[in-house]
Design a protein around this ligand. Structure first.
Ligand SMILES: [Zn+2]
Length: 257
């Protein structure tokens, strides 16, 4: 019997997509991924309240596919709503938070190629973006802002490819550097689902490898790694989920195509 997954909520309302996973252990063990804005945090609170009976104890883990503001900007607010929830990032994030390492900055040409189309398509959400920008200055990949790491909570940074993800039995962490050095995906082998973060986006209809990346070489290697997995559904960091396609990875547009 399939039992690893009951539900994935796709939550819009931040700058990036937010996902709330109800895993095998049911509604008392929810996991929030990429909570990029206060609005996304409020939507999670509402879903947990309405669909999962209130209480607030249901959210166990908050994590992110990478340490960029549009994927982490609402975590402080969500932690206020769910003080018991554990915040656990990929291990590389620890160095960003401690200041030991600065966020990677993509070359200027990649800003233009990759970020502008994304921003122009989500301009209706610009207010949310400004809101998260104003509330927490951390995870901003700009030369003069990347030193800010004030996040307002103390996360663990214990996630790694070789370790089980807490509260998510049946899911694996896949390291996919390229967009950023700390980019990761979440993969459910049984259900053939990939939560792709900003490695694969879907602003163009059939999915595309992100052009806004720190290393073009790395993201192409990461794409090859993902292509070796059996995937039927892609939940991207930006754009609509790709559901029901036969072999969605084969349709993903590559950087130079
Ligand atoms: Zn993003």
């Amino acid at each position: 019997m399939k039992g690893e997954l009951n539900m994935i909520h796709h939550i819009e309302g931040g700058y990036a997509n937010t996902y709330l996973i109800e895993g095998r252990e049911g509604p008392s063990r929810l996991v929030g991924i990429d909570v990029g804005s206060n609005l996304a945090a409020e939507k999670i609170k509402k879903i947990v309240g309405e669909d999962y009976g209130g209480k607030g104890g249901g959210l166990k883990l908050i994590t992110a596919t990478h340490f960029h503001i549009d994927h982490i900007g609402g975590i402080a607010k969500l932690k206020e709503f769910f003080p018991e929830a554990e915040i656990n990032f990929f291990h590389m994030v620890e160095k960003y938070i401690s200041g030991e390492e600065r966020l990677a900055i993509p070359p200027f040409s990649r800003w233009v190629m990759g970020l502008v189309p994304v921003v122009s398509r989500i301009k209706h959400q610009f207010r949310n973006y400004c809101q998260s920008f104003a509330s927490r200055k951390a995870g901003i990949p700009l030369p003069f802002l990347r030193k800010y790491t004030r996040i307002g909570y103390e996360p663990e940074c214990g996630l790694a490819e070789s370790r089980d993800i807490p509260f998510l039995p049946g899911w694996r962490l896949i390291t996919t550097p390229g967009h950023t050095p700390d980019s990761i995906c979440f993969y459910n082998e049984e259900y053939k689902i990939l939560i792709s973060g900003d490695t694969i986006l879907n602003m163009e209809g059939t999915g595309e490898l992100n052009r806004f990346c720190h290393s073009a070489e790395d993201i192409e290697t990461s794409f090859k790694k993902l292509s070796s997995l059996s995937i039927e559904t892609i939940y991207p960091g930006h754009g609509n989920p790709i559901v029901g396609a036969k072999d969605p990875m084969a349709k993903v547009r590559l950087m130079h195509s």
